[in-house]
Ligand binder design. Sequence first.
Ligand code: KIV
Ligand code: NA
Length: 275
Amino acid sequence: MKNTVLSFKEAKEEGKKLSMLTAYDYSMAKIIDSCGINGILVGDSLGMVIKGDEDTLGVTVEDIIYHTRAVKKGAKNALIVGDMPFLSYHVSIEDAVRNAGRIVKEGGAHAVKLEGGATVAKQVKAIVDAQIPVMGHLGLTPQSVNAFGGFKVQGKTEEAARKLIEDAKLLEEAGAFSIVLEGVPAAIAKLITEAVSIPTIGIGAGVDCDGQILVYQDMLGMFDDFVPKFVKQYANTGKVMRDAICEYIEEVENCSFPEQKHTFKIDEEELKKLY
Ligand code: KIV
Ligand code: NA
C-alpha cells in the first residue's frame, strides 16, 4: 500500500501506529521498503552516520538531494521525507521554499522536514503554500546542539513543556502534516500527541506518540560510537558484518576464495593458442 500524507493523517484517526526509519541509499531503502514501512526519512543524521561528523550541522542541501535520489529509486511504497539541513531554511522564507523545492524536485522527496516551532512557523506555511508537505520536528532538535549546550532531553520543566505544546499547535496551524518529537519525556509527548490532530512520530518520546522513527544504523547495531537510551538494537549486524569481513580476509590470504564457481573460464582450445 502506497503511503501518502493523507494515509498518515488517516492512521492517526484510526489509531494505527506509523513506523518510520531513516535511509540514505538505494540498497537499504529497498530492504526497508520491502518490509512495509510507512515512511523513510533521508535524515541529516547522515552527517553523523554517513559522513562521520560529530553533529548534523555540516550537511548540505546537495547531500540531501544526492541521498534522496538514491532512496527514491529503492522505495516503492514508503512516504519519502527529505530533511532540510541547518541553514537551509533559517536565512529567509524565500530561501526555505527554494531549498524545500529542490529536495522535492531534484531529490524526489514527497515531503520535507525541518526543526523548530514558533520560529519557523512562517517558513512551514510558505513551503506548504508551495504545495510541499512539511513534517515538523520538536524537542531535542539536533541542529540546535550549540544553542542547547549539548544533546539534552527537552521539555523537562512546566514552562518548557508548555512551549512544546504551543509549538506543536503552531506547526499544525501552519499546515504541517506530522511532527517528529525527539528526546521529550513520554508524558509530555503524550500531551502533545493529544493536543494536535496530525500524527506525532517519536524518537526517545515514549510509546504514546502516533508512530516511531529510528536511525537504521542504531536499530541494526551498526553504529556503536555511542548508543542512546532511546535506541533498541533489534540486531547486531555490526558483528555479523565484522565476522563476514574477517572471514573474507582470511580466505583471500589462504587462497580459499575465489573458488572454481566464482571464476570465469576460457575454452581450452582458445587458451592453447596463446602458448
Ligand atoms: O536526521 C534524522 O535522522 C532525524 C530523525 C532522527 C528524526 O531527524
Ligand atoms: Na534530522
